[in-house]
Design a protein around this ligand. Structure first.
Ligand code: AGP
Length: 608
């Protein structure tokens, strides 16, 4: 997704802007640029390529000035070319603007602007914004930005410079996140905290409709009625060091190995041993409200949707509440029938996924109370939900989600425990689960110790062109997740299926060239999965099984085994997913893929 950085203060802006863009690279982009007020006007440098190339261009032709904006673009309208890269300027070259989001009425605006004599020179929707500002009425840049944005249908997070108002940045937000970084005598604007946390951990999250004015003397935030408001200043709850590779070759591998810590952090302060319960103060759910819940609908995309499928098993088992899991993008376009007592749970690592955010809004409009299970503090979904659970997994930089997934599973289990203990789950069962949850970080560390065996398999299967992942019950979603990991970072076609469902079609795909990965811990459905393995074996399939340490029942049946420690059946997905994350990673590395920035993918899909 696109990234925005802005700076105004006593220091040279260009180096700070470039460093901020580098911190946003993980979001996925294909072009980059920056503009600086240099005392004589606006100077811009932009290109189709990486931030490093932009830095080299700036080194050759430095941009001088203490106020500037910068952008990384993930192309939506218009090819990833230098011409379409941000910042964009007006006809007179007196404005520069960067934008995240989509201007849905861009074509109409283009026609209006062309008739008004404006020369638009790009294929982007964004360019219409800067020309609208060029001709908007107003004595100040913020007044002209506000007037221009009244014509816009769509979503935006913007930062704007004007040569006639040096030392000022105007930022605005509707539907695409924008925050201010409040430093010592200097101010920042960014699309996420990663870009500013090296300079300050004090941030102000803009609300939809806000316009912010930043100068060296400070900042003002005006709401959608142009009334000044005093926004809360939040503290980013992680360190800039968490944005470093710390010796790992890729963020994805670092984050896979962080999971003993991230799972511990998700649990921290939330296990009530004596009561056999969970402390989830952010839920904002009173005991009587928990009793009145009649149905839960989980809304999510991608890996988060897979976590929701695990959550369904967990919550139905612990709390006895029927749970539906919906692709957010599908849910929001259906006529939502929400009976009284419906609770919607939006799961999102980034908290900015457009489909999930809109589904959350649709669920609320249909009468549901809405919770958010989110990793990024202060993100839009977290702030629009009625309550929720922060994952506290720390920043997830790799585009392929790993530690957020296991933290989502843990958070869903805590939610199931919390609801269950208010709906008949007895204290003894709760205490047992609390003990098993507390043991998880160590078990995750043991699962990671299987890395050498995984690397051996990765070497064997790196050249495969297809793969089938199978699982049953609470591990069927793990099969889906393992297939997604392989697809998205190694570009191998992989499918996840319920193990029993394989007989109803996919079995036609089985031959000696198709590796079949079974997620088969020793659990209540293990013997059924063994039957499915035998069906695959009888057709010459090559079987990789993820199973429980000490389980010898698969010898002679499967070709390769990856082992994870034993735990409660409901918690096995936290462990069985680990070797599949590693397998996808090591295969992708062996295939020379860009593991942290897979082609075509973005870390947070903030467009529909
Ligand atoms: C996961 O590896 C993918 N990067 C993607 O499916 C992701 O899970 C999905 O886009 C949802 O993102 P979110 O959790 O930030 O909402």
């Amino acid at each position: 997704m696109c990234g925005i950085v802005g700076y105004v203060g006593p220091r040279e802006a260009a180096p700070i802007l470039l460093e901020g863009l580098a911190r946003l690279e993980y979001r996925g982009y294909d072009s980059a640029g920056l503009s600086v007020l240099n005392g004589h006007g606006i100077e811009t440098c932009k290109l189709a390529g990486r931030v490093a190339a932009l830095g080299a261009a700036v080194a050759r032709a430095p941009l001088r000035g203490a106020c500037g904006i910068a952008h990384t673009r993930w192309a939506t309208h218009g090819a990833p070319t230098e011409r379409n890269a941000h910042p964009h300027g007006d006809c007179a070259g007196t404005l520069a603007l960067v934008h995240n989001g989509i201007i849905e009425n861009a074509d109409v605006l283009r026609g209006y602007l062309a008739r008004a004599g404006h020369q638009l020179v790009t294929d982007t929707d964004t360019e219409t914004l800067v020309h609208l500002i060029e001709e908007a009425p107003g004595d100040t840049l913020e007044e002209r930005v506000r007037a221009a944005l009244h014509h816009v249908v769509g979503t935006y997070g913007v930062a704007v410079l004007s040569a006639s108002e040096p030392g000022k940045i105007v930022a605005a937000r509707r539907g695409s996140p924008v925050l201010l970084g409040v430093g010592e005598g200097e101010l920042f604007v960014a699309s996420d905290a990663s870009a500013v946390v090296a300079h300050t951990r004090s941030v102000v999250y803009l609300e939809d409709g806000d316009i912010a004015v930043l100068t060296r003397d400070g900042y003002r935030v005006l709401d959608e009625h142009a009334r000044e408001r005093q926004p809360q200043v939040d503290a980013v709850d992680w360190e800039v060091g968490e944005l470093e590779l710390d010796g790992f070759p890729h963020f994805m591998l670092k984050e896979i190995h962080e999971q003993p810590t991230s799972v511990r952090n998700t649990l921290r302060g939330r296990l009530l041993w004596r009561e056999g319960d969970a402390r989830l103060n952010g839920l904002n759910l009173q005991p009587n409200e928990c009793e009145r819940i009649r149905r839960i609908v989980i809304l999510a995309c991608g890996t988060s949707w897979h976590a929701g499928l695990v959550g369904r098993h967990v919550i139905e088992e612990l709390a006895g509440i029927p749970v539906e899991v919906e692709y957010a993008s599908e849910y929001r376009y259906r006529r939502s029938v929400q009976p009284p007592g419906a609770l919607a749970v939006a799961i999102s690592q980034s908290g900015e996924t457009a489909d999930t955010l809109e589904a959350l809004r649709a669920a609320r409009a249909a009468g549901s109370r809405v919770l958010g299970l989110v990793n990024v503090v202060g993100s839009t979904i977290a702030r629009e939900a009625d309550g929720g659970i922060y994952l506290h997994a720390g920043p997830e930089i790799g585009v392929a989600s790993t530690k957020a997934f296991t933290s989502q599973l843990v958070a869903l289990t805590l939610l199931g425990l919390y609801l269950g203990r208010r709906r008949g789950l007895d204290a003894a069962a709760g205490r047992r689960l609390v003990e098993q949850l507390d043991a998880l970080p160590e078990l995750v560390a043991q699962a990671l110790a299987e890395d050498a065996a995984v690397q051996d398999l990765a070497t064997r299967f790196a050249a495969t062109s297809n793969a089938l992942y199978l699982g049953r019950g609470v591990n069927y979603p793990v099969a889906l997740e393992g297939a997604l990991k392989l697809k998205e970072i190694s570009y191998i076609h992989a499918e996840g299926y319920p193990a029993a469902e394989m007989k109803h079609g996919p079995i036609a795909l089985i031959d000696e060239n198709m590796p079949v990965v079974f997620v088969a811990p020793r659990d209540p459905v293990f013997s059924k999965v063994v039957s499915n393995m035998q069906e695959v074996k009888a057709r010459g399939g090559r079987i990789i099984a993820v199973t429980t340490q000490g389980n010898d029942d698969l010898r002679g049946l499967v070709d390769h085994e990856l082992r994870v420690p034993a735990t409660a059946p409901l918690l096995t997905p936290v462990l069985t997913v680990i070797p599949l994350q590693l397998l996808a990673y090591h295969i992708a590395v062996r295939r020379g893929c860009d593991v942290d920035r897979p082609r075509n993918l973005a870390k947070s899909v903030t467009v529909e």
